[in-house]
Design a protein around this ligand. Structure first.
Ligand code: TRP
Length: 436
């Protein structure tokens, strides 16, 4: 079976270099591997947790979609969609919410960080916590589990969420799978060398720290300006510098092949000045990002093209999502009502045929109780004799449903015209499956 790779990007800010290196690039690389089926999406429901500015949400969705496409995503190979175009995600979110322990959500880093910051500001712990934030990992689990993803490329800060998704999947399988794996247990995948790209100040590159290097925004000039602001130590040109631990070097290495890395490290040890080093970093990144920036500008100028691509992606995604959700609804007990006894309606309907085989119990003019089994096409498979008591007929029906065609040996029934034991077996199996 092919491996499914899935990841999402929250559509709040404008993509920066950290998003590209930590998520977009490894995901696109993974999508080109043979035997891989990829699902990439805009996590716009997650964006609503962090942002209540509609214009920013709209703008960011467009920019992030354009970024993925400009970065070389091949939408004929991957399924590329918006979270909010897939209603099955919110439906699954609820099914998962109902099996997720509150205590587990209490331990989620994102929520805890907000509580800590609020306490530090002297406020009530929950003052800034919406239920969206609190349940954020459940929505993320729904994103992942709905597509039965095996691998989830993410930044290191998201690993806890993938572990939570595994836990929830396991609990759900255990509760409702009846020995079957309804959900695949996903695995986080971190690009080890550049798991979290440092920002200008050395902390994780993040919108929330305002320490990002822009990917396309502001063009080559903005890239150059940002790199100029990367904090280094105060060693002068000619002094030996330690490449290990300098975040300029980490950013460089994220774009360099092994030989270029080695040369850069050696030159720094040999006294390369930080100014010259930064110029090399700018050139290196620009060579990589420049051509993508042109494609990006073209796409952003044509949002309707992006919309079409995403609509097609949603259609593809739902081909996978819809049957799984139907199965899950069955598993938890949200099932179609299948009446065991509906003789009058069936007779009155005449030509109308049920899609599944059906047992009918009824009473005849002789005042006796009967049952019969009809196939999905309406043909008669089994006809019982008459019983004095209705519950006797009901008892046999129940035995057929639980014990299958073996009951034929004991039951006071005759086979319908053209029906045989195999037909009865198949009908009983279909009936049981439809009710599960
Ligand atoms: N929470 C992730 C982030 O902020 C984005 C995300 C949402 C995601 N759903 C996901 C990532 C599912 C991977 C899989 O980075």
């Amino acid at each position: 079976m092919s491996q499914r790779v899935l990841t999402g990007i929250t559509t709040t800010g404008t993509p920066h270099l950290g998003n590209y290196v930590g998520a977009i690039r490894p995901a696109i690389a993974a999508s080109r591997e043979p035997g891989v089926e990829s699902f990439f999406f805009l996590a716009d429901y997650h964006a609503l947790i962090k942002c209540d500015d509609p214009d920013r949400i709209e703008r960011s969705r467009l920019e992030i979609a354009a970024t993925w496409l400009a970065a070389g995503l091949d939408t004929s190979r991957v399924t590329f969609y918006r979270q909010s175009d897939i209603p099955e995600i919110t439906e699954l979110n609820w099914l998962l919410t109902c099996v997720t322990a509150k205590g587990q959500m209490n331990r989620a880093h994102a929520y805890k960080a907000t509580v800590d910051a609020t306490l530090a500001a002297g406020e009530e712990p929950d003052a800034n916590v919406t239920m969206g934030l609190y349940c954020y990992p459940i929505l993320m689990a729904a994103d992942i589990l709905l597509f039965n993803a095996h691998r989830v490329p993410v930044g290191r800060d998201q690993v806890q969420h993938i572990e939570m998704a595994r836990d929830v999947a396991q609990r759900f399988n255990h509760l409702f799978g009846k020995g079957r794996e309804l959900f695949v247990l996903p695995q986080a995948e971190i690009e080890e060398s550049v798991a979290t790209l440092p920002g200008l100040d050395g902390r994780k590159m993040s919108k929330s720290y305002d320490n990002t290097v822009p990917l396309f925004e502001g063009g080559a000039k903005a890239l150059k300006d940002a790199v100029a602001r990367i904090v280094t130590d105060s060693k002068l040109p000619g002094e030996a510098k330690d490449p290990d631990g300098a975040h300029l070097v980490t950013i460089h290495d994220a774009f360099a092949d092994a030989a270029t890395r080695a040369a850069f490290h050696a030159d720094l040890r040999g006294g390369l000045g930080w100014g010259d080093a930064k110029q090399r970093v700018v050139q290196l990144i620009e060579a990589h990002v420049g051509p993508m920036r042109e494609r990006y500008a073209e796409l952003v100028a044509h949002p309707e093209r992006i919309e079409d691509i995403l609509q097609e992606g949603a259609r593809k995604a739902r081909i996978t999502a819809t049957p799984l959700l139907a199965e899950l609804r069955q598993a938890v007990g949200l099932r179609r009502m299948v009446a065991v006894s509906q003789p009058k309606a069936a007779k009155a309907a005449g030509a109308e045929k049920s899609a599944v085989p059906v047992f009918k119990q009824y009473r005849e003019a002789d005042n006796l109780f009967y049952f019969k089994l009809t196939a999905a096409d309406g043909s008669l498979l089994l006809q019982s004799q008459g019983f004095a008591e209705g519950r006797e007929a009901g008892g046999w029906v129940k035995r057929f449903k639980t014990e299958g065609a073996a009951v034929l040996a004991d039951a006071p029934v005759t086979l319908g015209e053209g029906a045989d034991r195999t037909a009865v077996e198949e009908a009983l199996a279909a009936l049981v499956a439809a009710q599960e």
